[in-house]
Design a protein around this ligand. Sequence first.
Ligand SMILES: Nc1nc2c(ncn2[C@@H]2O[C@H](COP(=O)(O)OP(=O)(O)OP(=O)(O)O)[C@@H](O)[C@H]2O)c(=O)[nH]1
Ligand SMILES: [Mg+2]
Length: 201
Amino acid sequence: MASKPSDPTRVPTALKILIAGGFGAGKTTMVASVSEIRPLQTEELLTEASTGVDDVSGVEQKTTTTVAMDFGRITIDEEIVLYLFGTPGQDRFWFLWDELALGALGAVVLADTRRLEDCFQSIDYFERRGTPFVVAVNCFDDDAEEHTPDEVREALDLEPDVPLVLCDARSRASSKAVLIALVQHVMAQLRRPTWPVALVR
Ligand SMILES: Nc1nc2c(ncn2[C@@H]2O[C@H](COP(=O)(O)OP(=O)(O)OP(=O)(O)O)[C@@H](O)[C@H]2O)c(=O)[nH]1
Ligand SMILES: [Mg+2]
């Protein structure tokens, strides 16, 4: 059966999504792997001045860090295009977060199980703002497999309705699956009645 021709005049809905998480969790990697345009990056070299400040354990090959943001784009389907904004991972760039988060419909919090506590601040931030988010555990080699998703969920004290998924930020397919989980979560939140049912009846 021939598929229905798409309407060339139809403009897809653009949604702003943040990719957040602790220092070195793989935010820039995820935006780059999934973006269909060449991502905008604001990487600067990690210098000796950062020794003892930036914890690169587990990502020793890391030579740069994001100092403003990452930007990329991915088309989910004919109706949805995501604009991705990767946040800087270090505490000294927190002042940028409110600007980046303006108008964001949802967020991915990337977690590295070797430094799980690094993503607490991101989770707190989105909980306080009421921004829907999913937690994506970036499976660095085999480290992440030592912890079950339930153990990570418990350690992060996540609300039961917050999705937790495993991913490889270097893989386009895996990163896309994370974004689809987020879009589904955002849509489920939007469908949720904000008034108690008894009051609406
Ligand atoms: N083995 C492995 N390495 C990864 C993975 N994801 C990212 N990396 C590497 O880990 C390092 C950190 O990745 P980045 O994407 O720069 O992390 P970031 O969260 O953007 O870092 P900041 O912006 O400095 O906070 C890089 O050297 C990546 O190549 C992964 O899934 N597996
Ligand atoms: Mg980065």
